[in-house]
Design a protein around this ligand. Structure first.
Ligand code: UDP
Ligand code: MG
Length: 330
């Protein structure tokens, strides 16, 4: 019997008592089916991460774990937000499996896309992004705000995969390197591409929540976008520097104009000198702010202590993957 990769499905859960009993069996069934198809090991697991829920979510997870060895749970000491919950799950999983798939617990992401994700992994990809093909079930407002979100991120220098949320496969190997990204403000979908390695995408249709309510109102989405931009990019600082240069040039032109007007005798006494001082100081101030900003930006990026390089292969090492399991107990 050939070795097969051990998969851990990582599921963040916050106040999901309504939807978890519906979706948990779907995840377990998916594991069984993937194992039946010979794609993953039978020792694969579903890891539920309780993100400090205030309802009975943790009790449900404990019960699931008690009744089925394929279900595991970890509980965060308090609510820390979706990104941290996913990170906690991935870090917990990385030493115990070969591949992870993170997915929301509300049934919105098509569980059947996991088959294609695992196929991509078996074909050599180390990261597989789930990309939404349609947003028919989202309201017009949600669709508009979500798509603007991706466009804004891109224009601000934070590279993200368009229409990809946090439904993705990541190999344990990539997660080992990901663990070296020690920053506290995390924006997973912008950080995973920074690790590199061969990646692929799988498209799926996003459906409506099976039960319960969304925890991502516009306010939280804006906060996520702001966090994503400021965590990944110092482009806003560059924009300020650009403004400084632009205003200085404009100021210089205005100064020339004011002096010409003064020479032609079209001005009252004192006007020219006032205009010149305003233009000069305005430009100098903005440029100075930009320069200070550049240093702060550099300091900020340095404080993250991200790895400077990551090596994916060496000619003197075997490129094959060594999965945890040698043989599947059938
Ligand atoms: N979630 C979490 N912590 C939070 C908020 C949400 O772990 O503070 C989980 C939630 O249980 C769900 C996923 O993150 O599994 C996505 O949340 P939601 O479905 O509310 O967001 P939406 O799909 O509406 O953007
Ligand atoms: Mg959702």
């Amino acid at each position: 019997m050939e070795a097969r990769p051990v998969l851990w499905i990582v599921v963040p859960c916050y106040n999901e008592e309504k939807v978890l009993p519906l979706t948990a069996p779907l995840f377990v069934r998916k594991l069984a089916q993937l194992a039946d198809d010979g794609k993953i090991s039978r020792s694969s697991r579903v890891l539920f991460v309780n993100d400090g829920s205030k309802d009975s979510t943790w009790e449900i997870i404990r019960e699931l774990a008690a009744n089925d060895e394929r279900c595991l749970g970890i509980c965060q000491s308090r609510n820390r937000g979706h990104q941290n919950a996913v990170l906690a799950g991935l870090m917990e999983a990385k030493d115990r499996c070969d591949i992870t798939i993170s997915i929301d617990c509300d049934g919105q992401d098509d569980i059947d896309a996991m088959d294609r994700m695992v196929d991509e992994y078996l074909d050599g990809c180390e990261v597989v992004y789930g990309v939404r093909s349609k947003r028919d079930t989202d309201t017009w407002f949600k669709r508009f705000t979500a798509e603007s979100f991706y466009k804004l991120m891109k224009s601000m220098g934070a590279e993200v995969v368009f229409n990809h949320a946090d439904y993705r496969l990541i190999s344990a190997r990539v997660l080992q390197h990901f663990a070296d990204f020690e920053e506290v403000n995390i924006f997973l979908r912008g950080m995973v591409p920074l690790v590199g390695f061969r990646s692929g995408t799988v498209t799926y249709e996003r459906s409506a929540r099976l039960a319960g309510e969304s925890h991502y109102p516009l306010r939280k989405m804006l906060a996520l976008a702001f966090n994503g931009i400021t965590s990944l990019s110092v482009k806003p600082i560059n924009i300020i520097t650009g403004f400084g240069v632009g205003f200085s040039i404009l100021g210089l032109l205005l100064m020339i104009w004011a002096i010409v007007e003064a020479c032609l005798g079209n001005t009252v006494a004192g006007w020219t000198s006032t205009i010149c001082i305003i233009c000069l100081l305005g430009g100098i101030q903005l440029i100075s702010l930009g320069v200070i900003g550049q240093y702060i930006g550099k300091t900020y990026l340095e404080t993250k202590r991200r790895p400077r390089y990551i090596i994916s292969e060496r000619t003197w090492e075997k490129p094959e993957r060594h999965w945890l399991e040698e043989d599947d107990p059938e």
